[in-house]
Design a protein around this ligand. Structure first.
Ligand code: PLP
Length: 372
C-alpha cells in the first residue's frame, strides 16, 4: 500500500473504509461487457436482434410520458461527460467526480471523512455558507479561522484552530462573498501543513486572472479542487458540479454517492455545454466588462461607501446603510444579497454582475436612493 493510500485510509471514517457499495444493475452488466452501456439506449430504440435487451433494472420499456424519453436509468459513472470535461480541463477522467452541483461533492467529502461528533472541519469566514450548513447537518464541528478585516487569510488562525481531528480545510478562491483570491503562498502553506484534505473551491475561478489549481494536482495528492457548471458556464439550473482530485479520493466519492446521482437530463445538458467553451469565454468577457463598469460607477453613488475588488461575477459593496438600501432595492424589484451579518462585512451587500441592461437598472435605482 502506498503512503498516500495509507494516509487516505487513516483519514476515512472506519464505516466508509469498510463499506461495500451498492452495485447497480448497469454497473454489474458493465463489469462483464464492452463499454456499450455508457448510455443505455432510449426505450424508443429498436435494437437489431443480436443487440442487448435491457431487462435488468425494472425500468418501463414502453417509454415515459414526457417529450424526451427518460424511461431508462442514466449512466452511473458519466464516463463520456467526464472524458469531454477532461479534454477541456486537461485532466484524466479518473480524477473527476461529477455531482448534483458542487454542493454534492462538499456533502460527500464530509460524509466520507468526518466522523460525526468527533472530527472537525476548518472554515475561514466570511465564506460560502454551505460548508457550515452541511457540516451542521452531518453533526461535524466547524472551527473558525476568520479572514482578517481586509479579507486576507490568517495562517496562524488556521493553525490555532487545527487539531488531530481536523479532516477538511475549506478554502474558497475567489471567495464568496468577498470576491478576492487567496494568495498562492497561503495555499502552498496550507498544503504543506494541514494534516487532512485541503478542499479548494474554485466555483468562480473562470472570472479570475489567477490560474486554476487543477493542473497542480499531481504535486498535491491531498488537494481536492471543486468547480461547477453553475457560474461561468451559465448552467445553474442543470445542477452539475465537479470535484478534481487523486483517483483514490475520487473512488471514495464514487463509492458513497447515490448510484444515479446525475439525471439523464443533467448529463445531456452538461455534454451540450462542454462543447461550447467559446460561448462561455465570450460571456465571461462580457461579464468582466460589466464588472469593471459597476466597479467604476457604483463608487460615484451617495449611498455607496466602498466597492471591494473582485475576481468573481459579483461585487461586495459597503453601503451607508445596507438594510435600508436592501429594502429600497426590493421595493424597486431588485433582489441582491445582504451580507451585513457576516464577519467584517458590516453594511455590505453582495451584488451579482448581471446583463448590461440589468446593471444599468441597478445603477439608476441606487442613484434615486438617498441614505438618511
Ligand atoms: C463558493 C461556492 N461554491 C459552491 C457553490 C455551489 O455551486 P453548485 O451550484 O455547483 O452547487 C456556490 C454557489 O453559490 C458557491 O458560491
Amino acid at each position: 500500500m502506498s503512503n498516500f493510500e495509507e494516509k487516505i485510509n487513516a483519514l476515512l471514517r472506519p464505516n466508509i473504509r469498510a463499506l461495500k457499495p451498492y452495485s447497480s444493475a448497469r454497473d454489474e452488466f458493465k463489469d462483464s461487457s464492452p463499454p456499450l452501456t455508457l448510455h443505455p439506449p432510449p426505450s424508443t430504440f429498436h435494437p437489431p436482434p443480436s443487440a442487448f435487451l435491457f431487462l435488468d433494472a425494472n425500468e418501463n420499456s414502453l417509454g415515459s410520458p414526457s417529450s424526451d424519453d427518460y424511461s431508462r436509468y442514466p449512466t452511473s459513472q458519466q464516463m463520456l461527460l467526464k472524458a469531454a470535461i477532461g479534454a477541456v480541463k486537461d485532466i484524466a477522467p479518473g480524477q473527476i467526480f461529477l455531482g448534483n452541483g458542487s454542493d454534492e461533492a462538499i456533502d460527500l467529502l464530509l460524509r466520507a471523512f468526518c466522523e460525526p461528533g468527533r472530527d472537525n472541519v476548518i472554515l475561514m469566514p466570511p465564506t460560502y455558507g454551505m460548508y457550515a450548513v452541511q457540516a451542521d447537518i452531518h453533526g461535524t464541528e466547524h472551527r473558525q479561522a476568520p479572514l482578517r478585516p481586509d479579507f486576507s487569510p490568517d495562517a496562524q488562525a488556521v493553525k490555532a484552530a487545527t487539531n488531530e481531528a481536523s479532516k477538511l480545510l475549506f478554502l474558497c478562491s475567489p471567495n464568496n462573498p468577498t470576491g478576492n483570491c487567496l494568495p498562492e503562498t497561503f495555499i502552498l502553506e496550507m498544503l504543506r501543513d494541514f494534516p487532512g484534505l485541503v478542499v479548494l473551491d474554485e466555483a468562480y475561478m473562470d472570472f479570475s486572472t489567477m490560474p486554476s489549481w487543477v493542473s497542480r494536482l499531481p504535486q498535491f495528492p491531498h488537494l481536492v479542487v471543486l468547480q461547477t457548471f453553475s457560474k461561468a458556464w451559465g448552467m445553474a439550473g442543470a445542477r452539475v458540479g465537479m470535484a478534481f482530485a487523486h483517483p483514490l479520493i475520487i473512488s471514495v466519492l464514487n463509492k458513497i454517492k447515490y448510484p444515479y446521482n446525475l439525471s439523464t437530463a443533467n448529463i445531456r445538458l452538461a455534454e451540450e455545454a462542454i462543447k461550447n467553451e467559446a460561448f462561455v469565454k465570450r460571456n465571461v468577457g462580457a461579464l468582466l466588462a460589466e464588472r469593471a463598469r459597476l466597479e467604476k460607477e457604483l463608487p460615484k453613488l451617495a449611498c455607496v461607501k466602498q466597492v471591494f475588488p473582485s475576481d468573481a461575477n459579483f461585487l461586495l459593496v459597503r453601503m451607508a446603510d445596507a438594510d435600508a438600501a436592501y429594502r429600497f432595492l426590493v421595493e424597486n424589484g431588485i433582489v441582491v444579497r445582504n451580507r451585513s451579518k457576516e464577519p467584517h462585512c458590516e453594511n455590505c451587500l453582495r451584488i451579482t454582475v448581471g446583463a448590461p441592461e440589468e446593471n444599468t437598472r441597478l445603477l439608476h435605482t441606487l442613484d434615486k436612493y438617498t441614505p438618511l
